[in-house]
Design a protein around this ligand. Structure first.
Ligand SMILES: [Zn+2]
Length: 65
């Protein structure tokens, strides 16, 4: 096995995404992570306006904070 390409990029807790509140691209930060039977649910917040979004297994599931 060759692990030279291994990086902890998947562990990054930031998500670049357009914030509908700010109307601009923001670096959302991960506020919480929950293991569900259907996958991993993560909560993200815009640091500028506290707009929240939820991802499940990488898909944006809801805009409910
Ligand atoms: Zn925002």
């Amino acid at each position: 096995m060759n692990y030279t390409g291994f990086k902890s990029e998947s562990m990054t807790e930031k998500l670049e995404r357009e914030c509908p509140e700010c109307g601009a691209e923001r670096e959302f930060y991960q506020a919480a992570s929950t293991e569900l039977h259907l996958g991993e649910k993560t909560k993200w917040y815009c640091p500028e306006c506290d707009y929240g979004l939820i991802r499940i297994n990488g898909d944006i599931d809801s805009t409910t904070a």
